[in-house]
Write a protein that binds this ligand. Structure first.
Ligand SMILES: [Zn+2]
Ligand SMILES: [Zn+2]
Length: 1300
């Protein structure tokens, strides 16, 4: 029967014997049909065999011949074997195809046309209703055969095509770029029905074309049950929408004879395919409608029922209806063309009259154009004609943006035109709202890829709808999210970052964006009412009004952050800002340039416009042993502190995505200059080199974790190099979260520093794959990073000679190693709990020296004194793993002796986990604490360090940095290790420099100790800024020639930043002391133990000027400079720049004591009471002489030579002897730490003093030696006030002195 049917349907086959090629082709066709085409049973008996019908179709299409050059393709083969876009045109000649392709290319010349494939596509068109009962009919059309189903897009669709078999003569297949999902088919030419077309049933039910108008205009309430049929012209077609898993759309039928429109809600799944067939301006009849009104607004509309049908409106069947439709017709097309021209006019006009800051109203226009670029498919942004951006986001984009490829031709009807909604957005925007219609007029002929938009879990659209965003905010949101994806999807995978999940567990991007949006869109803002948008008589939608938005914050890539910070730091940089001109004019070349060499500036989020939010993945570099924030573009070193002053040790944060808004971005500036003197400071030609390094510091408390790292150890378990492990997929862990390995940037350094065998498992890897061993310990000492001469016994010879970058820490093991079946099981401090039961038995006290090298250097920023940590050895079940690795290998009997610390090299594979601080142990862990009581208090106070009775040579203390200065390294203190250090790449300070940090107990505290750090150590010492509180450990305590105590940073030293400087702190040149006026004291109260007082003030009487010297010295060699030349002759000095210098020693008394004050430079003028012009004139006079010195008769043997004949000297001498000089002054001073050469310590003696009219006797100690910091004249009124105040406050003191 089959054969007979076949013959009958295919008479040509008997006429000529098919050729061998044709035979083969037919065989392939039969194979295809068997596989792909269903043997369908028609309702009225067996249908003809599909293949025969298909072949008949092909013959008629090909003019009688079979297309032997083409082969059949099944849907499944298309999906799985066709990886690149292609098109197939069954009946076209090569020339026809070429012409077609060239036309397409003219739109976008850079794109190639779709390549031609020679494939025959046969299949059924369906709306998905018969596929999967579970699957929602989503309003899309599909192509299916027995092998599969694929979405398809048609420009033209008839409802009766559904579920019929078609031959597709012309189509394109567009695979999805992401291989995980299928592509789709674009049907270019109407399909050819394989079976003879079914008779369209003309059993159209009764229609009421005339009553429609009546019904609508009069709004006669009709019986609820009655179903109506409405005919009209399609005036508007809304987009497919999906709200709460219900898909629907609205259409509007216009009355033929009036402008009245009726809305029809189409919501039954089997009617969603109507959306593809409806054409604006065409006339339709819809049956089975009922009337309904919205609960909220009472708006009325028609709603389809299950039985509703969409029928083309036939004039014959409604003869009673007078067709007065002259004004109708194909008006849409022409009107849209008119408005296109209007658009270009209006663009130019509006650009001119654009006023910022005022609310603008968007115009509603129509537009036709070609998609030239997909800007962001998830956000629904497309570029048309290279000049306008089309935003489809407000329409939900339910068809996954199929067909919207570059080259596609679109017609937009009633879209909003927005000029510059966002300052940073380069295009004019056409926003399609729910009233707009977007029609795909023709498919792209170009081989441009298809990027599907996700309709579910699309964060862009979700946030748009949730917060009812206007276009400016939406575009800003898109820019933030795009940047976010760009920066971090390589770490976490796109899905986990951007795809929105349920509200309970928001993704990283959502965590980042939602607070920003909540701040902008207050809760009071009404939610978007989409029904009102669609149905309201007067159009209402979020796109109508807009205000050009200035972005409120930015989160640029880290490389951009660094760039911006660098720019900002140099932007208004001027060398003269770093120095006070009063000081600078007296500086020699060397000092001047050294003072300029190192400076910094700090920037906060608000320093940038708009506010800058920092985002980054926290990682630690084992190469630099520093914490870093990382994104795709770059890394930014960071210093993290706790607000309570405890060090940062949170190992669990490693690998997490952090957001910081409260931070200090520090730019350290390194300048190489050769300014001859301060007068040239404005001439930037003397700046030879500018370098900078950028880092950021912040508090953990200010961090928001956007994406928590999965446990580092667990990650290690999965990516461990045991292949057995990888096979055993523990789906319980994170199988769903697994990221493709290749796409994920390694968080660790790409290059491992050293290679050492992971020998802990040895032969026992079979015993437990996920088991691990841990050991708890307390850090009792930590040393700095150094090149150390370590050679591991295991290591191969040869390269062992090289110094190893390493650090070491002394620790106390707590309890015994513990075995865990999985890292997840690790409980909190059972070692300490157990001791509370077993007493001392459970706790063995054993010291060890941990040695960190290679990869384990990454633990450097986390390991801190007094911290309880745990080492976790993954894939290990050997409880003796720690003992076995110790060296030198010790017999077991010594292991329990605490007297002999063992050296344990920390293995690369081990994980460090911070548990707690010793000060945070709970009550029931106190038993363990008692074991630790033997641990010494190792932190001293600064006064202790300064005290003469201090005996240790290594000191640890904490304090606040008061001042940071760059000094020339004292030659005798250059650490010998420097020579051994390899060429330091990151070091931006000259290696012969060192940094002096002045550390005070607290800001303003008089007790200060100086720390000298050689530049070579400074490479990674970030955060050493004035105002920062630091903990320094193992510094070498030294005593200077002048018996001052200071400290130097040595190999074993280490610095921790405990707290960050207050963020308002300005440039380093302004010292903290200037903010508040110094403490007013008495000379007698300056006890010897207060020798480190930085600054104080006395009200005193200037008794006499002992010496005075004014010089003009060479800026290079400090020889005397005379008449524009340096006087040094052997060797001759090339310098042409002289610097004025002045110094004076004066004697002051304040009634309680006497002091010798050394004044320099500008203070000399102040002491002499000279005005600035007088001082200038005087110094100019000195220039011709080189030097002028005078001395008071009382002082002898100072080496100053008097020149009695010199006028200037005479003038100065008479000035100094004048009674005008002897006057009350307010003197700011610091103690001169150098002992006076003139004055020897003397015993207490009685002296006469005058206080106004009163003369009295006081007992005074030895003269103090002071350094003048500032001199102020005292007015008579102020003087009497200060005097009385002084007497009132300390009358006891004076009386005691007077009666003694
Ligand atoms: Zn609108
Ligand atoms: Zn010189």
């Amino acid at each position: 029967m089959v054969t007979a049917g076949s013959r009958a349907a295919w008479p040509g086959a008997v006429m000529a014997e098919p050729s061998a090629a044709e035979q083969r082709w037919l065989q392939a066709a039969r194979d295809f049909a068997r596989r792909a085409l269903p043997a369908c049973e028609g309702p009225g008996g067996p249908e003809p065999q599909p293949l025969d019908a298909v072949l008949r179709c092909l013959r008629s299409a090909g003019g009688g011949d079979l297309p032997l050059g083409y082969s059949f393709v099944s849907i499944s083969d298309l999906q799985h074997q066709q990886c690149v876009p292609c098109c197939s045109h069954l009946t076209w000649s090569t020339n026809e195809f070429k012409e077609w392709a060239q036309q397409g290319q003219s739109v976008l010349p850079m794109q190639s046309a779709l390549p031609r494939a020679y494939l025959i596509l046969v299949g059924y068109i369906t709306d998905g209703r018969q596929e999967d009962k579970e699957k929602l009919v989503d309003g899309c059309l599909y192509l299916k055969d027995n092998t599969g189903i694929i979405p398809c897009e048609l420009l033209n669709f008839e409802l009766e095509w559904l579920e019929s078999l078609f031959l597709f003569p012309s189509w394109s297949y567009i695979p999805q770029t992401d291989q995980s999902a299928a592509g789709y088919v674009e049907i270019l030419v109407d399909p050819v029905p394989v079976h003879l077309p079914k008779e369209v049933p003309d059993s159209i039910p009764v229609t009421y074309p005339a009553s429609a108008e009546l019904l609508l205009t009069s709004r006669i309430p009709c019986k609820k049950r009655s179903k109506l049929t409405v005919a009209g012209e399609l005036a508007r077609l809304g987009p497919l929408l999906c709200i709460r898993h219900k898909t629907f759309f609205f259409l509007f039928l216009k009355c033929f004879i009036s402008a009245v429109c009726v809305p029809v809600l189409v919501r039954k799944p089997n009617q969603l395919a109507w959306h593809h067939t409806l054409r604006l301006g065409h006339r339709y009849t819809i049956t089975g409608l009922s009337m309904s009104n919205l609960k909220k607004s009472g708006q009325r509309m028609f709603v389809t029922s299950v039985s509703s049908c969409l029928l083309p409106y036939c004039a014959e069947q409604v003869r009673e209806q007078p067709l007065d439709s002259v004004c109708q017709g194909e008006s849409t097309q022409s009107s849209s063309l008119e408005t296109v021209e209007q658009l270009s006019d209006s663009l130019e006009m509006e650009v001119e009259e654009e006023r910022p800051g005022s609310t603008k109203e968007s115009k509603i226009i129509s537009y036709v154009g070609t998609v030239t670029k997909i800007l962001n498919v998830q956000a629904g942004l497309f570029l048309l004609d290279n000049k306008v951006c089309l935003c489809l986001a407000y329409q939900q984009l339910l068809n996954s943006a199929r067909g919207l490829r570059p080259g596609a031709y679109l017609e937009l009807i009633d879209v909003h035109l927005l000029q510059k909604p966002l300052v940073s957005f380069p295009f004019i925007v056409l926003g399609a709202c729910l009233n707009s219609t977007v029609v795909l007029k023709s498919f792209s002929r170009l081989s441009t890829p298809y990027q599907p938009s996700a309709s579910s879990g699309n964060l862009y659209l979700q946030l748009l709808f949730r917060y009812n965003l206007g276009m400016p905010l939406y575009l800003w949101l898109v820019s933030l999210l795009e940047m976010f994806e760009e920066r971090f999807s390589c770490f976490f995978g796109h899905r986990r970052l951007v795809l929105s999940s349920t509200h309970r567990n928001p993704g990283a991007a959502e965590k980042f964006l939602v607070p920003l949006l909540q701040g902008l869109v207050p809760d009071g803002e009404e939610a978007r009412d989409i029904y009102n948008e669609i149905l309201a008589k007067i159009h209402q939608c979020p796109l109508q009004k807009y205000l050009t938005l200035n972005p409120l914050c930015q989160a640029p890539s880290l490389s951009a952050v660094c760039h911006m910070a660098e720019q900002k730091s140099w932007e208004d940089f001027s060398p003269s800002h770093l120095l006070s001109p009063l000081e600078a004019q007296h500086m020699g070349t060397q000092e001047l340039n050294r003072r300029l060499a190192w400076s910094y500036c700090t920037l906060s989020a608000e320093s940038f416009q708009p506010r800058l939010i920092l985002l980054g993945v926290l990682r630690v570099s084992s190469r630099s042993s520093s914490l870093q924030l990382q994104d795709r573009s770059s890394t930014l070193p960071c210093v993290i502190s706790h607000k309570d002053g405890s060090p940062f040790a949170d190992t669990a944060l490693l690998g997490s995505l952090l957001q910081v808004e409260n931070y200090q971005l520090v730019v350290e500036r390194f300048l190489q200059t050769d300014f001859p003197s301060w007068e040239q400071l404005a001439n930037l030609e003397h700046v030879r080199e500018k370098k900078n390094s950028v880092y950021v510091q912040f508090y953990v408390e200010d961090v928001q974790v956007l994406h928590a790292a999965e446990g580092q150890i667990q990650k290690g378990l999965r990516s461990g190099n045991s292949s057995a492990l990888r096979k055993k997929d523990d789906g319980s862990l994170t199988s769903e979260l697994e990221i493709p390995k290749a796409k994920v940037l390694k968080l660790e350094d790409p290059k491992p520093d050293t290679h050492r065998d992971e020998n802990c498992q040895g032969g026992q890897s079979s015993t437990g794959r996920t088991s691990c061993v841990s050991h708890l310990f307390l850090v009792t000492q930590k040393e700095g990073l150094m090149l150390r001469n370590y050679q591991l016994p295991r290591e191969e010879g040869g390269e062992g000679q090289e110094l190893q970058r390493s650090f070491q820490a002394t620790v106390l093991w707590l309890g015994r190693p513990q075995l865990w079946s999985h890292p997840r099981e690790i409980a909190n401090l059972p070692e300490l709990e157990e001791t509370s039961c077993d007493g001392e038995e459970g706790m063995t006290r054993q010291e060890a020296l941990l040695l960190f090298m290679g990869k384990s250097l990454r633990w450097f920023p986390f390991l801190h004194l007094d911290g309880l940590y745990r080492f976790i050895v993954p894939h290990c079940s050997d409880l003796e793993v720690f003992d076995k690795l110790c060296f030198p290998p010790v017999p077991a009997k010594f292991l329990s002796r605490s007297s002999c610390p063992l050296c344990l090299p920390v293995q690369d594979t081990w994980y460090l986990q911070h548990q707690t601080w010793i000060s945070c142990l709970t009550e029931n862990q106190l038993a363990a604490r008692s074991v630790l009581t033997g641990v010494d208090q190792r932190i001293s106070s600064i006064p202790e360090v300064l005290s003469n009775s201090f005996t240790g040579s290594l000191v640890s203390f904490s304090g606040e940095i008061v001042e940071r200065t760059l000094c020339a390294s004292p030659k005798n203190e250059k650490p010998s290790v420097t020579l051994g250090l390899q060429k330091q790449k990151g070091s931006l300070l000259a290696s012969d420099h060192s940094v002096k940090l002045s550390i005070a107990v607290a800001p303003g505290s008089p007790v200060v100790v100086d720390i000298y750090i050689a530049a070579t150590y400074l490479q990674h010492l970030w955060g050493l800024l004035p105002g920062a509180k630091i903990l320094v450990q193992n510094l070498e305590r030294k005593i200077s020639r002048f018996h001052n105590v200071y400290c130097t940073y040595i190999a074993s030293s280490c610095v921790n930043i405990i707290s960050l400087p207050a963020s308002h702190l300005p440039f380093p040149s302004s010292s903290a002391g200037e903010a508040s006026s110094p403490l007013l004291v008495f000379l007698s109260s300056l006890q010897p133990h207060l020798q480190h007082l930085p600054q104080a003030r006395i009200l005193c009487h200037l008794s006499c000027v002992l010496t005075l010297s004014l010089q003009w010295v060479c800026s290079l060699c400090s020889s005397i400079f005379r008449e524009g030349r340096c006087t040094r002759h052997n060797p001759p000095c090339p310098s042409h720049v002289g610097v004025r210098q002045a110094s004076a020693r004066v004697l002051v008394e304040d009634g309680t004591g006497e002091a010798l004050v050394l004044c320099r430079n500008q203070h000399v003028a102040a002491v002499l009471g000279l005005s600035l012009p007088e001082w200038e004139a005087l110094q100019n006079c000195v220039q011709s002489r080189g030097r002028v010195s005078i001395q008071h008769g009382e002082a002898t043997g100072t080496g100053c030579v008097e020149e009695p004949e010199d006028l200037i000297a005479c003038y100065l001498r008479s000035l100094c002897r004048s009674p005008l000089i002897c006057r009350p002054i307010l003197l700011d001073f610091s103690l001169d730490r150098k002992p006076s050469k003139i004055l020897q310590p003397a015993p207490l003696q009685l002296r006469n003093f005058r206080c106004g009219e009163v003369e009295f006797v006081s007992q005074v100690g030895p003269r103090l030696s002071l350094l003048c910091l500032n001199v102020e004249e005292v007015e008579q009124d102020a003087l009497s006030y200060l005097n009385s105040e002084r007497i009132r406050r300390t009358s006891t003191h004076c009386r005691v002195g007077a009666t003694a």
